[in-house]
Design a protein around this ligand. Structure first.
Ligand code: UDP
Length: 490
C-alpha cells in the first residue's frame, strides 16, 4: 500500500555490486537523485560504508536525504579472508565465485529490512549482476531498474555480437570480425572480447539467459553515459531496451555542486600533488593509472617504467596496492628510478585523486586501461588518452575513444588479459609506451586536443540544469512517480 506521504517524497534504494568502480558511480547517483528531491538509501556492507563515511557526512551537511543501510557481509562463511568486502580487496580473482556467493546472501537481510518498513520504497536501482534483486522486486512489487556502468556503445556491440551468429563464422581468435548492425564499421577479434562472450559454453549461455531474463523483468536501464557522447548508439540501443535514461557522467554532475568524495583515502596529499602539477607546463604531463582492479606483473611494470623514462615526458604514475611487489619495489630502488626521473616524474603508491588530477591544466594525456569511469572522467576533463585495455569491456571503450570519438591513440595491445595464457606475459614493450606517448603529444596533437576540449564543453552542458542528463533524471523520477500515482488510483 502506498502512503500519502510517498506521493510527495519518493524513496529509492540503490544496490551496488561491492567494487570501487561500481560504488563510486552508485554513490554519485545517490547524490544526483537526492538533489532532485528523492530520498535515497544505499545498501552497503560495514567496510564499504566506512569507506564512504566522509561522502555521507558531506551529503548530510548539504541537507541531502541519503542514508546507508549497512548489511553484514558473510564473506568468511564462504571462505573469503577477513576484511574482504569488495572486489578490489580480493587477494585473487579465483575467489570471485565465493565473493558472489557472499553477495547473494545479502538478499535475506535486505528482505527482512524491507518487511520492517512502514512503507516500501518506490524503486530499486541495482547492478545487473545482482539477479536476487529481481526476486526482491517481484516479491515486494517494487519497480526495479538496472544501473549500467558502461556505454551504449558497449551495450549495443555486446548485444549485437551475442544475439547474432557472427562468431560462428570466425575461424581464429585473432581474425577480425565486423560487429553487425552498428552505426560505424567496428571490428574486434575474439581475443579482445570479454571472457564470457568468447565461448558459447552452456554455462555461459545459462548465465546470459538469466541476465537477459533479468533485463526483461526490469523496467529499464539507468546508464552512466550521456546522449551527446554517443547519439547514434543511444538511439540504436533504445530499439533493444525501450526505457533507458542516460544520466551521466555522474562524477561531473556532482562536481558542479559539491566536493567529490570517492570513498578512498588518497595516498598523496592533494595539495602537494596539485602544486607539483602547478610547476609543470600546460598540457605537458601524462597521467598514468589503471583503475582499481587490473593487476600487472613486475616485468610489465618495468617495461612501463622504462617507456615513461624514454619518452622524456613528465608523468604522474599511480601504482596501486595490488601491483606492489617486493620484486618491483627492489627494481625501483636498485635502478634508482625515482632519482633518475626526479623533477619530471611523480610516483603515487596507492590511491590518487584522479578526477582532480585530470582537471589540472598541466595534464596533456591519460594513459588508461579504459575502465568506463576513467573513460568518462577523461572525456569530462577534455583530456586525450593513450588506450591500454586489459579486461572485460575495456576493448569496447578503447574503440569508442579511438575510432568514434577520435581522442585517443592505442598503445597497441591486441589481446585481453583475462585470457589465461596472456595473464602473465609482458604485453606492452617500453618502445610501445614511448611511441604512443610521442604520437599523443606530437602527431595530430592539436586536432585531437581540440576534439577533446569540445567534448568537455558538451559534457558540461549535458549535466547542467536543462541539459540532456539533467532532463533524463527528471524523466526517470517522473516515470517512477507515475507508477506511484497509478498504484494509488487502483
Ligand atoms: N580511481 C581513483 N584513484 C586511483 C584509481 C582509481 O580515484 O588511484 C577511481 C577513478 O577515478 C575511477 C575508478 O576509481 O572513478 C576506477 O573505475 P574504472 O571504471 O575506470 O576502472 P576499474 O576500477 O573498474 O578497473
Amino acid at each position: 500500500m502506498v502512503s500519502q506521504s510517498q506521493i510527495h517524497e519518493l524513496h529509492f534504494i540503490l544496490v551496488p555490486l561491492m567494487a570501487q568502480s561500481h560504488l563510486i558511480p552508485f554513490t554519485e547517483m545517490a547524490k544526483v537523485l537526492a538533489h532532485h528531491g528523492v530520498k535515497v538509501t544505499v545498501i552497503l556492507t560495514p567496510l564499504n560504508a566506512a569507506r564512504f563515511n566522509t561522502f555521507l557526512e558531506n551529503a548530510k551537511a548539504s541537507s541531502l536525504n541519503i542514508e546507508f543501510l549497512s548489511l553484514r557481509f558473510p564473506g568468511q562463511e564462504v571462505g573469503l579472508p577477513k576484511g574482504c568486502e569488495s572486489f578490489d580487496t580480493l587477494p585473487s580473482f579465483n575467489l570471485i565465485p565465493q565473493f558472489f556467493a557472499a553477495t547473494n546472501m545479502l538478499q535475506k537481510p535486505l528482505e527482512e529490512w524491507l518487511e520492517e518498513l512502514e512503507s516500501l520504497p518506490n524503486c530499486i536501482i541495482s547492478d545487473l549482476c545482482l539477479p536476487w534483486t529481481t526476486e526482491i522486486a517481484l516479491k515486494f512489487e517494487i519497480p526495479r531498474l538496472i544501473f549500467q556502468t558502461t556505454s551504449c556503445f558497449s551495450l549495443l556491440c555486446s548485444h549485437n555480437i551475442t544475439s547474432s551468429n557472427v562468431l560462428e563464422g570466425v575461424t581464429s581468435d585473432s581474425e577480425p570480425f565486423l560487429v553487425p548492425n552498428v552505426p560505424d564499421r567496428i571490428e574486434f577479434t575474439i581475443a579482445q572480447l570479454p571472457k564470457g562472450m568468447r565461448k558459447s559454453s552452456s554455462e555461459y549461455k545459462k548465465l546470459l539467459d538469466k541476465v537477459k531474463m533479468d533485463g526483461l523483468l526490469a523496467q529499464g536501464m539507468v546508464i552512466n553515459s550521456f546522449e551527446e557522447l554517443e547519439p547514434r548508439y543511444v538511439e540504436e540501443y533504445k530499439k533493444v531496451v525501450k526505457n533507458i535514461w542516460c544520466i551521466g557522467p555522474l562524477s561531473l554532475c556532482n562536481k558542479i555542486s559539491d566536493e567529490l568524495e570517492n570513498g578512498n583515502d588518497n595516498s598523496i596529499d592533494e595539495g602537494n600533488c596539485m602544486s607539483w602539477l602547478d610547476s609543470m607546463k600546460p598540457s605537458s604531463v601524462i597521467y598514468v593509472c589503471f583503475g582499481s582492479l587490473c593487476q600487472m606483473i613486475a616485468s610489465q611494470l618495468v617495461e612501463l617504467a622504462l617507456g615513461l623514462e624514454a619518452s622524456n615526458c613528465p608523468f604522474i604514475w599511480v601504482i596501486k596496492k595490488g601491483d606492489y611487489s617486493k620484486e618491483f619495489e627492489n627494481w625501483l630502488v636498485e635502478e634508482n628510478f625515482e632519482e633518475r626521473t626526479k623533477g619530471r616524474g611523480l610516483i603515487i603508491r596507492g590511491w590518487a585523486p584522479q578526477v582532480q588530477i585530470l582537471s589540472h591544466s598541466a595534464i596533456g594525456g591519460f594513459l588508461t586501461h579504459c575502465g568506463w569511469n576513467s573513460t568518462l572522467e577523461a572525456v569530462s576533463a577534455g583530456v586525450p588518452v593513450i588506450t591500454w585495455p586489459m579486461i572485460a569491456e575495456q576493448f569496447f571503450n578503447e574503440k569508442l575513444l579511438v575510432q568514434v570519438l577520435r581522442i585517443g591513440v592505442r598503445v597497441g595491445i591486441s589481446v585481453s588479459m583475462d585470457n589465461e595464457e596472456e595473464k602473465d606475459k609482458v604485453l606492452v614493450k617500453r618502445e610501445d609506451v614511448k611511441k604512443a606517448i610521442e604520437q599523443l603529444m606530437e602527431e595530430e596533437r592539436e586536432e585531437r586536443r581540440e576534439r577533446a576540449k569540445k567534448l568537455r564543453g558538451i559534457t558540461k552542458k549535458a549535466v547542467e540544469e536543462g541539459g540532456s542528463s539533467y532532463i533524463n533524471v527528471e524523466l526517470l523520477i517522473q516515470h517512477i512517480r507515475g507508477q506511484v500515482t497509478d498504484h494509488q488510483a487502483m
